[in-house]
Every structure is written in C-alpha cells, then in structure tokens.
Design a protein around this ligand. Structure first.
Ligand SMILES: *[C@@H]1O[C@H](CO)[C@@H](O)[C@H](O)[C@H]1NC(C)=O
Length: 279
C-alpha cells in the first residue's frame, strides 16, 4: 500500500466516524482519575469534529476482536489506547482516584453532541489489561438519552458507578489498579472511555512470579487470533512504514491501514477473541 492510499484511507476514516463523548474525570474515595488520552487542551464548547471530537473515545467490540484496538478503543487524535502505557502515565502524573469495596465513583462525562448521550454501561477489568470479559458495574444517575442519543450537546453529566462488594485490583506496576470502562450504545459508537482506579483495601497482586499469572485464553480463541493476525500483518506493516515516512501518528496510521485493508480487500471479519496484555 502506498503512502497516498494510506492517507486517503485515513481521511475516509476521519470523515465517516463522529465520536461524541469523553470522560473528563472520575472521583472515588480520594484523588481524581481522567479518561485515557483525554486531552485537557481540547475545547469543550463546540461540536465540530476538530477540535471538539478529537479526544472522544470509540469502543467497538468488533474492532477489539479484529485486534485493531485494545479493550479501551481509540480516539480520533491518537488511535489505539494502549491500556498498560496509559495506566503508567496516569500513575506517574498522580491522576489516580482511590476506590474500596462497595465505594461509589462520580464520573464526569462530556457529551459533545447528540450521540454522546446515555445510557452508559460501565464494566471493570481487575487485572487492568488482561481479561476479555469485563465485570459489569452498577450505574446510577445515568446520562439522559435513548440508544445513546439526545438533544444535549457541549454538556457535562456526572454519573455514579458503584464498585462491587468483592473485587481485588491486581494491575499495573503497583499491583493495585483496575481499569474501568464506560460506553454508551450509540450505533455510530459506542462512545465513552476508560480510566484507572487504585484499590486501597484489596490484597492486590501478591506474587511476583510469572508462574502465578493465571489469566488464560482458550485454544480456539488463540487459533482464531493467529489467523486474523496473519491476515492483518501486511496492512499493518504498510501502515507502520507510512507512519514513518510521514513522521506521523503510529496508532492512527495503523488503524487507517487496518480499515483500508478490511474495506478494500473484502476480507471476512474475524471473530477470534483478542489476546490481551500484549499491546
Ligand atoms: C471555546 O473554548 C476555547 C478554549 O477553551 C476558547 O479559547 C474559546 O474562546 C471558546 N470559544 C467560545 C466561542 O466561547
């Protein structure tokens, strides 16, 4: 694939996807987290694709299963959200709220325009970056809307997310971090985001040994993922080369390469669960 076709694919992606909600903050017992790759310099007083939609997050199960993105999706400005990297960045920046058994989070969601509306569903990965099935969390005081749509725009809403009575966060370099993901059900989305929280009353990750890691994939899932990865590799290599040539954004270029590949080479969409923890 030439550099030109990659740019065309990138332009097509950016004009067909309109993403419309971002997690500005999450406050638990103390401290505050923010959504991964939420950019405080992005204005919140417009509905335009650029700048006001650029850090809103798109989280689609089909893109996750195709290995185009991680479980936390992507932003238009930066592409795939690398959960492990972003979690360490948030820890280093001191943007980390604490949680405990049964505690409640106040999560501020910015609705950019119509399809950033509610209802939002939230779920949790206690490993931070290694499960394929997230644990559902109870949401109250949800953002108004139906099927992710309403007439609200340029507006912040605070939803409440309830932590379970029993959980143990074991993720990140501290061994005490969970990832929380919230997204709406808009057909152009789902839109939302992820943030990290730090548990204060768990045992955390207790063993340093590699042998104690017990997350596992099924053989069927691994085999399906290998086949999908082999199909995707040529487009991914081309996108990486194009990103180098352009001096541009690696994540966004890789995603555009994958989209170009899927839309023009008419490949069947893969259904294999993605292997986690490796991005
Ligand atoms: C919108 O917000 C930006 C940055 O926060 C600010 O510079 C700009 O003046 C605002 N525009 C209007 C119309 O209020």
């Amino acid at each position: 694939m030439s550099y030109r076709t990659t740019i065309l694919a990138l332009a097509a992606l950016f004009t067909t996807v309109h993403s419309h909600a971002a997690i500005l903050g999450a406050i638990g017992d103390s401290g505050e987290s923010q959504g991964f790759l939420v950019n405080p310099d992005i204005a919140r007083n417009c509905t335009t694709i650029s700048p006001c939609q650029q850090d809103a997050t798109i989280i689609r199960d089909s893109e996750i299963n195709q290995n185009i993105v991680n479980a936390c999706g992507r932003t238009e400005l930066n592409g795939n959200i690398d959960i492990g990297e972003q979690t360490e960045n948030e820890l280093a920046a001191g943007r980390m709220t604490t949680v405990s058994l049964g505690s409640t989070l106040a999560v501020t969601i910015h609705q950019v325009n119509a399809d950033g509306a509610g209802p939002f569903e939230c779920d949790m990965d206690e490993t931070s970056n290694a499960v394929t099935t997230f644990t559902p969390l109870k949401v109250s005081n949800n953002v108004p809307g139906t099927f992710g749509l309403s007439q609200a725009k340029e507006q912040d809403f605070v939803i409440n997310v309830q932590m379970p009575d029993k959980f143990n966060c074991i993720g990140a370099s501290t061994g005490t971090i969970c990832t929380i993901r919230c997204r709406n059900n808009a057909v152009a989305g789902p839109f939302g985001g992820c943030f990290a929280v730090q548990q204060t009353d768990g045992t955390g990750r207790t063993s340093q040994s590699a042998a104690a890691v017990d997350t596992a994939q099924t053989l069927e899932g691994i085999s399906a993922q290998i086949l999908q990865n082999q199909k995707d590799l040529p487009a991914a290599i081309a996108a990486n080369q194009a990103a180098g040539a352009a001096g541009g954004n690696e994540g966004a270029s890789a995603i555009s390469g994958a989209f170009f590949f899927f839309s023009f080479d008419t490949l069947p969409i893969g259904f294999g669960p993605r292997l986690t923890g490796c991005y």
